[in-house]
Write a protein that binds this ligand. Structure first.
Ligand code: NAD
Ligand code: MN
Length: 354
């Protein structure tokens, strides 16, 4: 059997309540999968910043780089007023570990009257998020500018990953999983009608990447980002895999999360070459912190995603179906889902279904 070493970075607030759930599900996976796990606890976040002056200690980055196969990240609280020296540890981690893709599946369970089963594949390293901004004083007042950087390389890589994900989803469907989709489809999102160079490069590069022979079974279409938002809300079932540059992907992802009812359900993964960090999409939820009622499902699904990108698709499938079983039965749901179950009760119900 094989042992994967997983870094656990709970961060702040309910991150500290849901990341232990992630560890528990890894430990509870059936031994027939031939997988074992070892864990290392790592610090990051606002509390870490307050005690050490650094939101992302170097030791955390080094341990991930040198020892770990993957990681789980909870959530961090960002200060609401500008705080000198503080910057988001997850944004820094994405850069330091070259996690070039942010992958966010959004899926309803069976019997939902308006089914959704899509995944957003967001470029994670460039676009406006290079944060090269400046403010100029002019005779008319201040003018602020930002660089929007789009590279052929990053666009190629993210579109290729979208192609791979579309193929993988199709394989899962062909192995008998129920789905609202019949054929794989990638939708390229951009605004190249206005931004002909930056988004134009994203669009044409994504087209070329998806034209590779290995993706010949994958349908490819395009959608301008504003009408994408409209269609995403009008007919979400039409989408399988959506690929987008960083900013549009960020906005579309949170919008898509609204389609399934609670932030507590939506997972994500930050993915690079041979490394993945699973991360629930929600924040540190200070309003429910310490009550033991945080929904662990987003984290459990993020564990599945991390495993998927580490090549452990069977283990991931086990987790997804156990989670779906809990949601479909609907007996042990957390308060954000209209239920009364505590975090631990939801986790135990999911573990029973493994
Ligand atoms: P939030 O996601 O923390 O909470 C939004 C609402 O959703 C709250 O009512 C919360 O109780 C609820 N919620 C979120 N996750 C839940 C779960 N698992 N179970 C049940 N209910 C859940 O967003 P916010 O309130 O805007 O931000 C709070 C803090 O988190 C801020 O400091 C913000 O900067 C930070 N934040 C961090 C991340 C991240 O680490 N990736 C993402 C978003 C926000
Ligand atoms: Mn976001």
């Amino acid at each position: 059997s094989k042992t994967l070493r997983i870094g656990l970075i709970p961060g702040d607030g309910i991150g500290r309540e849901v990341i232990p759930a992630g560890r528990r599900i890894l430990e509870a996976l059936p031994s027939s999968l031939g997988l074992k796990f070892s864990f290392v606890n790592l610090d990051a976040g606002f509390d870490t910043f307050k005690t050490t002056g650094k939101a992302l200690p170097e030791k955390t980055v080094e341990t991930l780089q040198k020892e770990c196969d993957g990681a789980l990240f909870g959530a961090v609280s960002s200060p609401s007023t500008p705080t000198p020296g503080y910057s988001s540890p997850i944004v820094a981690l994405r850069k330091r570990l070259a996690l070039y893709a942010n992958v966010r599946p959004v899926k309803t369970v069976k019997k939902n009257p308006s089914p959704v089963d899509l995944v957003i594949v967001r470029e994670n390293t460039e676009d406006l998020y290079v944060k090269e901004e400046k403010t100029i004083e002019t005779s008319d007042g201040k003018v602020a500018e930002a660089i929007k950087r789009i590279s052929e390389k990053a666009s190629w890589n993210i579109a290729s990953m979208a192609g791979e994900i579309a193929l993988r989803r199709q394989r899962v469907r062909e192995s008998g999983a129920e789905s609202i989709h019949k054929a794989p489809l990638v939708t390229i999102t951009h605004k190249s009608n206005v931004l002909s160079q930056t988004d134009g490069l994203f669009r044409s590069t994504a087209r070329s990447a998806l034209a590779q022979q290995k993706y010949k079974s994958v349908g490819v279409e395009e959608q301008i980002v504003d009408s994408m938002v409209y269609k995403l809300f009008r007919q979400p079932a039409a989408y399988d895999v959506i690929v987008a540059p960083n900013l549009y992907g960020d906005i579309l992802s949170d919008g898509a999360a609204a389609l399934v009812g609670s932030l507590g359900l939506v997972p994500s993964a930050n993915v690079g070459e041979g490394f993945a960090i699973g991360e629930p999409c929600h924040g540190s939820a200070p309003d429910i912190e310490g009550k033991g009622i945080a929904n662990p499902i987003a984290t459990l699904r993020s564990v599945g995603l991390m495993l998927e990108f580490l090549g452990e698709e069977q283990a991931a499938a086990k987790i997804y179906s156990a989670v779906d079983g809990n949601l479909e039965e609907g007996r042990l749901l957390s308060p954000d889902m209209g239920g009364q179950a505590k975090t631990d009760e939801v986790v135990e119900d999911v573990l029973r279904r493994l």
